[in-house]
Design a binder for this molecule. Structure first.
Ligand SMILES: [Zn+2]
Ligand SMILES: [Zn+2]
Length: 213
């Protein structure tokens, strides 16, 4: 079964966070760059991913009618939203050659896909680890830039509940935060949680102390 719908993606993402760098991690970076980038899509899941993944609470997703709807009609929605509509828009709006429009859209898909996948690969291999050195996720500015702010991954794994997915709110390298803040301003995004400087400093000094022991 595909994991491209919201339900499957969130389930795998929660498993990735809970069992980072183990066999139960769907994108286990310990298996190398290719596996964590795209190899995991090409092979059957490790049995631990399935068994330990079954222990993850997904009740909130099952109660969300939008998530349930998107999962039920995923194959059709994906076909229309990813391929048919983006190809037809340039053809309709500025009379683009249909052949060119199709290939432009396919190029967009490939670039977008590899950008997102680089969070699981590059941002688990190259970069600094100011928050927790014992895990593979890193702070990677290049991944952050191309993925609109999702490359501050060491922070994200230590504070997964922080909506900014980064300690510093620099909009230039964190457009996703600007996007959420804009909708919070409109009142459409709410209950946003973020770690205070005090909590971040306390955790970092705790980890440093544990290392010195
Ligand atoms: Zn990760
Ligand atoms: Zn995450």
């Amino acid at each position: 079964m595909t994991t491209g719908h919201i339900y499957g993606w969130v389930r795998d993402h929660r498993v990735h966070h809970k069992f980072t760098d183990t066999d139960a991690d769907p994108y286990n970076a310990r298996k190398g760059f290719f596996f964590s980038h795209i190899g995991w899509v090409l092979v059957h899941k490790h049995p631990d991913v399935i068994s330990k993944g079954a222990s993850i609470d997904l009740s909130d997703l099952k109660q969300d009618c939008l998530v349930v709807f998107q999962r039920k009609w995923y194959q059709y929605l994906m076909l229309f939203c990813c391929f048919i509509i983006p190809t037809l828009i340039p053809w309709w709006v500025w009379s683009e050659n249909l052949w060119c429009a199709w290939h432009l859209n396919m190029t967009r898909c490939v670039i977008n896909l590899h950008t997102i996948l680089s969070i699981n690969s590059a941002a688990h291999m190259w970069g600094v680890k100011p928050y927790d050195k014992s895990i593979s996720p890193t702070e990677n500015a290049v991944v952050s830039f191309i993925s609109c702010g999702e490359g501050w991954h060491n922070y994200h794994h230590v504070f997964p509940w922080d909506y900014k997915a980064a300690e510093l709110g620099n909009y230039k390298l964190n457009i996703a935060t600007a996007f959420i803040d804009f909708f919070a301003y409109l009142g459409l995004a709410y209950d946003l949680k973020t770690a205070s400087v005090k909590i971040v400093k306390k955790l970092c000094s705790l980890k440093q102390r544990n290392k010195l022991k």
